[in-house]
Design a binder for this molecule. Structure first.
Ligand code: ADP
Ligand code: MG
Length: 168
């Protein structure tokens, strides 16, 4: 595990952790009147720090006593289960076994932070993310949590993140 992966937890007094708190505060004000709840995290290409950013920001929000769910929607190269050392039974299992989201939520991985891992890599991630079932899963999540963060693949590689931003 790289030091940066969970810096907001292990070094919450560091300047990096302070920067994440600034983002947390900005998020609270960026909904322009509406509560911003479900947020897609993406960037142009791989290895730019998406998963690291979403993990640390999620931890920071949990530290502020907000209930947060992080869903690994990168069903091409998922990393969240490895980073957090979790069982990889998650999102794709909801589709394969027709389960509700709550069956695959791993609770309190960090304070107030619950996680849904990607599950086994499916052959058709974009179709799953664009489906009615996905919309229902997101709705279920939005009812249970203050924030729902979606870790996505890069936009220049696959269409998933763009598709997802229209689902939320
Ligand atoms: N700010 C940073 N400084 C140094 N290394 C970083 C930083 N952010 C991420 N990394 C490292 O870069 C690699 C890719 O980061 P990751 O968050 O998985 O990128 P992405 O999700 O965009 O593919 C990881 O090994 C991670 O530990
Ligand atoms: Mg990633």
């Amino acid at each position: 595990m790289a030091e940066i992966d969970f810096i907001t937890h292990y070094d919450s007094r560091s300047p990096v952790a302070e920067a994440y708190r600034a983002i947390r505060t900005n998020l609270q004000f960026s909904g322009a009147g509406k509560t911003l709840k479900t947020i897609v995290f993406t960037s142009a290409i791989p290895n730019e720090g998406k998963s690291t950013t979403v993990a640390n920001l999620a931890i920071t929000i949990g530290q502020d006593d907000k209930k947060i769910l992080l869903i690994d929607c990168d069903m091409h190269k998922p990393v969240i289960h490895r980073r957090f050392s979790l069982l990889n039974r998650g999102l794709s299992n909801c589709f394969a076994e027709d389960l509700p989201l709550k069956e695959v939520i791993q609770a309190d991985v960090f304070p107030n932070l619950d996680i849904v891992t990607s599950g086994p890599i499916p052959p058709n991630p974009a179709e799953l993310l664009g489906s009615k079932k996905m919309k229902a899963l997101l709705q279920e999540a939005a009812e249970m949590y203050d924030y729902v963060f979606l870790d996505m693949p890069p936009v220049l590689a696959v269409t998933d993140a763009v598709l997802m931003s229209s689902q939320t």
